[in-house]
Write a protein that binds this ligand. Structure first.
Ligand SMILES: Cc1ncc(COP(=O)(O)O)c(C=O)c1O
Length: 388
């Protein structure tokens, strides 16, 4: 069972192939259809469909007026993708700590604000809603923009309102390891009319079509292509932050794929919640484990588990990951805090106690619908056996 298998259906393949065979890779009707579908689910007055969630973040920051030397607060416990859009604008990422649920809290944000703070990006990690309303309150009082980063939380809600629709503007992603993993693409959304006025995106290139076979081979068919993994994976450059991302409008083929995924969003999230329920039922009472809580409205991207207590030299989290892999489940630990990664150390300011304390003991249990309920039970069983 490979990591994060995209939840595709027959319509997904059909939509991608039709876009190719009918010459609608770059331009076609699905872009407008996706736009109106999103508008029906998210409270927004202005939307921009982009080639990546990272570009959507850059556009939102630009529209918030972020530029050279402005400080943008982000959690250090997150994927590194959120740094590049800040740095590409000449702005400065400022790392904040996270709370018990591994999302940034209002207190974490307050701790790192300075006179130069101009924006806060609030991701809802693992699909789990962050306390964005409390963060907005603090930010508003200081005239700081708030970006609702729902890249990992499409379909999640906060008090009944869609994640991605808070703050000055929000973003969604259809990239890898997301609730709706398509062949890439992102959306910038704002409740303010004409928020993105004046932004012109370069037209998508027909090379976007290559994302379809590459996602098939590297993600959807990974079960069979896994032995080729090291050949297929582009080599990461360890000393430089990854500053490049797809800087163009969303290609019609990406919109066509995303549209098929978003139509099954409700069943996708229901399946993820069911897997979270199973993990909680089977592992929730175990003394050595702490299952990170999902709030009401969570999209339940994955179930993060903290392995306790950490005895010196004994890395139980790593042993659990090894045991799961030995039984055929490709499971991973969670993020290494960004401020501890060499390419990003230059922006490190203060120590972030919770982030630094918890990250080595975390594992992410898979919740995607492709993991059967039986698999979820087997995974929980392997975790328990390894601990014992
Ligand atoms: C929280 C968060 N924000 C933004 C992004 C960027 O999205 P994309 O991969 O579509 O560029 C990601 C991607 O992993 C993410 O996890």
């Amino acid at each position: 069972m490979p990591l994060a298998v995209p939840y595709w259906n027959g319509e997904t393949y059909r939509a991608a192939l039709q876009a190719v065979f009918h010459g609608r890779i770059v331009v076609g009707p699905e872009v407008a259809q996706l736009k109106s579908f999103i508008l029906s689910r998210i409270d927004a007055a202005d939307l921009l469909l982009c080639g990546s969630g990272s570009l959507a973040l850059e556009i939102v920051l630009t529209s918030c007026g972020i530029g050279s030397d402005d400080e943008v607060v982000i959690p250090s416990f997150c994927c590194t993708a959120i740094v590049a859009p800040i740095v590409n604008l000449g702005a400065v990422p400022v790392f904040a700590d996270v709370g018990d649920e591994l999302n940034m809290t209002a207190a974490n944000v307050a701790d790192v604000l300075t006179d130069k703070s101009k924006a806060v990006i609030v991701p809802h990690l693992f699909g789990n809603p962050a306390e964005i309303e409390a963060i907005e309150k603090i930010a508003r009082a200081k005239n700081i923009s708030v970006v609702d980063d729902a890249a990992q939380a499409l379909g999640a809600t906060v008090e009944g309102r869609a994640a991605g629709s808070f703050g000055d503007a929000g973003i969604i992603s259809f990239g890898a390891e997301k609730v709706c993993s398509g062949i890439g693409g992102g959306i910038a959304a704002s409740r303010r009319e004409h928020f993105f006025a004046g932004i012109e995106l370069p037209r998508a290139r027909s090379a976007s079509a290559l994302n379809f076979p590459s996602t098939l081979i590297r993600r959807r068919w990974r079960r069979w292509t896994f032995p080729l993994d090291s050949l297929l994976r582009p080599k990461a450059e360890p000393d430089e932050p990854p500053l490049s991302y797809r800087r163009e409008g969303m290609a019609n083929i990406s919109a066509a794929v995303a549209l098929t995924l978003i139509r099954t969003l409700d069943e996708n999230i229901a399946a993820r919640r069911e897997r979270v329920r199973i993990y909680r039922e089977l592992l929730g009472e175990t003394k050595q484990l702490r299952l990170i809580a999902h709030r009401r409205g969570s999209a339940c991207l994955t179930q993060v588990v903290r392995v306790l207590p950490r005895r010196s030299r004994e890395d139980t989290a790593a042993r659990i990951i090894d045991a799961l892999r030995a039984d055929g489940y490709e499971v991973q630990g969670s993020y290494v805090p960004i401020h501890l990664l060499p390419p990003y150390e230059r922006w490190r300011r203060i120590s972030l106690p919770n982030t630094e304390n918890v990250w080595p003991d975390l594992i992410e249990l898979p919740c995607e619908p492709e993991v059967s309920l039986r698999d979820a039970e087997l995974i929980a069983g392997i975790v328990l056996r390894t601990i014992k």
